[in-house]
Design a protein. Structure first.
Length: 377
C-alpha cells in the first residue's frame, strides 16, 4: 500500500507554494493584518480562478470534486505563509455544511457562488459559554408561523464581518443536548442581525460577535432536517480540525526552517549558535514535533475524506497533537531567535499568534484528548 502523496498532489503542492509565495508574501499579510476586514477581494478572485474555492464542491455546482487530502496539501502551504482571509470559514466550514445537509434549492443557490468567489460564508456556533459541545448552543429557533424566529448571541464567529451568509446553529426552545439543534442560512442585511468586531491576538484571523434579535426566516432557510443539525456540525468540526492541523503543519515547518537558517548565521562567542548543543537539541525536538504532526494530520485527512468510522477519533487525535506541537515549535523558534524574535518587525511573532489562535479553535488539546478518551474507553 502506498502511504505517500500522488504525483498529482505533489504537483499541486508545488503549484500552491509558487502561487502563495508570489501572491501572499509577508508584507501583504501585514497589510491585511492592519485592514479592518482582513480580506483581499483581489486575492480571493485569484483563489477562485485557481479553482481552490470549489475544490471540494461537486462538479454540478462548479467545483472540482476533489477530496480532503487534496485540500490538505493546499492548506499546508497556506499555513506556511500565514494566509489571512475567510478560506477556512467559507470553503471548509460553511460550504461543507451546505453540501452535507442543505436542500437542493439551497445548494443551487449558494454553492456555485462560493465556487466563483461571489459569496463569502461562515458558520456561527460558539456562544458566551465557550463550549464546543451541543450543550453550548443556547440560541433559540422558535417556530413562527410558516418559519422560525432566531434569538441569541454567537461569539468568536470567524470572518462574520465580511461574510454574505451565516450558517447559524440554534435549538428548539425546551430542547437539550444534541436534540433539537437546527442550522439556518442567514443572509447579511436581514432585520435583527447585528455583527460586531472583536479584538483578537491573531490579527490574521477576524472574529466577530453576532447578535440575533428576532431574526425571522422562512422554512426554506432550514439546512437539513429540523432538530437534527448537530450531526452536521460534528462533521463540520472534524473537517475544520483537520484543516487547522494542516495549516499548523505548514506553519510549524516554516518556523523550523527559519530557526535553522538563523542558527547557521547568528554568531555568539565567535561561533554560529547552531554549533551549540542546546540549540541543536531544540531544533531536533522541533523536527520531531513537526513530523509527528504531519503523520497525525495526513491520516486524519484520509479518514474524513473517506468518511471512515474512526474519522472523529482521528480528527480529535490530530488536533490534540497539533494544538500543542505548533505552539511549542513557534515558542522554541522565538527562543532560538532571541530578543529579535519578540519584535514586531520580525515575522516569528505572527506564526506564534497563529499557533495560539489555532490551538483554541475547535477545542484545545485538553478538550480533544477528552473526546479521544470518551471514544476509546
Amino acid at each position: 500500500m502506498d502511504f505517500g502523496f500522488s504525483e498529482e498532489q505533489d504537483l499541486l503542492r508545488q503549484s500552491a507554494r509558487d502561487f502563495l509565495q508570489k501572491e501572499c508574501p509577508m508584507p501583504f499579510v501585514r497589510t491585511l493584518m492592519a485592514d479592518d476586514a482582513g480580506h483581499s477581494s483581489e486575492l480571493w478572485r485569484k483563489l477562485a480562478d485557481m479553482g481552490w474555492l470549489g475544490l471540494l464542491l461537486p462538479e454540478e455546482f462548479g467545483g472540482l470534486g476533489l477530496d480532503f487530502v487534496d485540500l490538505t496539501v493546499i492548506l499546508e502551504e497556506m499555513g506556511r505563509v500565514v494566509m489571512p482571509g475567510p478560506y477556512l470559514s467559507t470553503v471548509v466550514s460553511a460550504a461543507f455544511a451546505l453540501t452535507d445537509a442543505a436542500s437542493p434549492e439551497l445548494k443551487a443557490r449558494y454553492l456555485p457562488r462560493i465556487a466563483t468567489g461571489e459569496l463569502l460564508a461562515t458558520v456561527a456556533q460558539l456562544e458566551p459559554s465557550g463550549r464546543w459541545d451541543a450543550a453550548g448552543i443556547a440560541a433559540t429557533a422558535t417556530p413562527d408561523g410558516e418559519g422560525f424566529r432566531l434569538d441569541g448571541i454567537k461569539l468568536f464567529v470567524p470572518d462574520a464581518l465580511v461574510a454574505d451568509l451565516l450558517v447559524v446553529a440554534a435549538r428548539r426552545p425546551g430542547s437539550s443536548g444534541a436534540d433539537g439543534i437546527s442550522l439556518f442560512c442567514v443572509e447579511k442585511g436581514i432585520a435583527g442581525l447585528e455583527v460586531l468586531p472583536l479584538k483578537t491576538m491573531d490579527q490574521t484571523r477576524r472574529l466577530a460577535e453576532v447578535r440575533l434579535s428576532g431574526v425571522r426566516l422562512g422554512r426554506e432557510a432550514l439546512v437539513g432536517v429540523e432538530g437534527q443539525g448537530w450531526r452536521t456540525l460534528e462533521r463540520v468540526s472534524d473537517r475544520l480540525k483537520v484543516a487547522l492541523c494542516a495549516e499548523a503543519c505548514g506553519g510549524a515547518q516554516r518556523v523550523l526552517e527559519m530557526s535553522v537558517e538563523y542558527a547557521k548565521v547568528r554568531e555568539q562567542f565567535g561561533k554560529p549558535i547552531g554549533s551549540f548543543q542546546a540549540i541543536q537539541h531544540k531544533c531536533a525536538d522541533m523536527l520531531v514535533q513537526v513530523e509527528c504532526a504531519k503523520s497525525a494530520t495526513y491520516y486524519a485527512a484520509w479518514a474524513v475524506a473517506n468518511d471512515v468510522e474512526e474519522a472523529p477519533l482521528a480528527a480529535a487525535m490530530a488536533k490534540a497533537w497539533c494544538s500543542d506541537a505548533y505552539r511549542k515549535v513557534a515558542g522554541e523558534g522565538i527562543q532560538i531567535h532571541g530578543g529579535i524574535g519578540f519584535t514586531w518587525e520580525h515575522d516569528m511573532h505572527i506564526y506564534f499568534k497563529r499557533a495560539k489562535s489555532s490551538e483554541v479553535t475547535c477545542g484545545d488539546a485538553t478538550w480533544n484528548r477528552e473526546l479521544v478518551a470518551q471514544r476509546i474507553l
